[in-house]
Design a protein around this ligand. Sequence first.
Ligand SMILES: Cc1cc2nc3c(=O)[nH]c(=O)nc-3n(C[C@H](O)[C@H](O)[C@H](O)COP(=O)(O)O)c2cc1C
Length: 447
Amino acid sequence: MTTIVDLPSFIDTLDEAGQLARINRTVSLEYELADVAASLARTGTGAGLFNRVEGSPWPVFCGGVASHRRAAIALGCDEGETVDVMERVLDPANGIPPVSVASAGWEANTVRGDDLDTALLPIPTHSRGDGGAFITGAVTVARDPISGRGNLSYNRMLRLDEHTFGFNVNEWRDVGTFWKSRDDPDAPFPIALAIGLDPAIMIAAGVKTPVDELFIAGAIRGRGIEVRQGLTIDVDIPAAAEIVVEGLLHPAERRSEGPLAEFHGYHGEAWNSPTLEVTAISWRDNPIYQTIIPGWYEHVYLGNVLPREPLLRRFVRHLDPTADVYIPPYGNGFLAVVQIERDNPGTPKNLAMAAMAAHINILHLIVVDRDVDIHQPTEVQWALTNRVHWSEDVFTVPGAQGHEMDPTADQRGISTKVGIDATYKRERREYGERVAYPAVDLADYLR
Ligand SMILES: Cc1cc2nc3c(=O)[nH]c(=O)nc-3n(C[C@H](O)[C@H](O)[C@H](O)COP(=O)(O)O)c2cc1C
């Protein structure tokens, strides 16, 4: 089995597991690539490696962490262990610091100054409602000017011209806190974009935490992630990145960027955002560009599922130490499923209340029994259909604080949280055990 150390070795690992779709037909960067990638995710076909992309000498990869199975492969564990692994790596006591190295593969090719042109990068225009070509799969690497610690994040970036991007950053993000902490908050602020990465770094970058997320990536891999100082800026960048964009953020030089497909499945509005002046673009020989299809499964897995399930599980396990949880990507981070061994009739509602308090985003809670596969939407729907008496098994919490981007909430995120007890109420009506056909390995029958 391949050891994952970078994007190419992750792609090989996915291939070995039958989780890679190679697309050899030429695709357009405008809509077509994203349409195919979204169809791959929707049908569970695999991650997409687009070998021929119109106008690009480089292949494009996406969807590495767009399913529960591939999230497990990326984390190097079984599908039933993803929450255990995330819980372990999110514990700061288990963080492993990055290791500085003197050279990186991406130094092989570099352009600066007058030769710079962002058109070099095969940036897709993903959704028909998007306001242009957005970098969505880059990890922003920054350094806290006060403590010196590093930071990873995702920031959408609209290509504006040969050397400028519009750089989106919400008010409470670490990268914004960093530049505002300086004597002159409007002075140019150095950042790098690392593109084409070991998924451990991609998963870590989706975590909101006051520590360097590279420690989390190190904990996932069990060794320090190698970093190399930028060529034009003093920021430590993952050495195994396929492509690196270095630049200076100009907090006060603002331009409009947006809309872009958002995690909730609509388009986020245009923002008046800081601009990023590119100072260097570097790449490994034969690099692979990476993108995340915005508003689709991988976006939700990285931002709303993997980083949030451990705390959610801790909250419900406070009441029931054997409970399991899943935040399904089709619920965009607003829905969580809790699985229990039901004892008393009131327990499921208590567990739903505990889960509601774990994360502001979580709005809908469905509590199911052990005989329902929480990772299968059809199974959860079966439980909703066959185990919920809607006037008795549902409770609502009106006026609760939710996420301000929740499409059902008002502008301040006030909405109604809903708990649904979809467990079997044998005391109401006894139907015996559920019909079950044990799974067989179809490969044994389809020869
Ligand atoms: C695919 C993806 C895209 C994101 N895009 C943005 C964005 O454009 N602007 C932003 O402020 N946050 C965005 N986020 C959220 C932050 O990157 C993320 O919460 C990160 O953990 C910030 O953590 P930090 O404040 O510790 O750096 C995105 C998250 C994901 C997973």
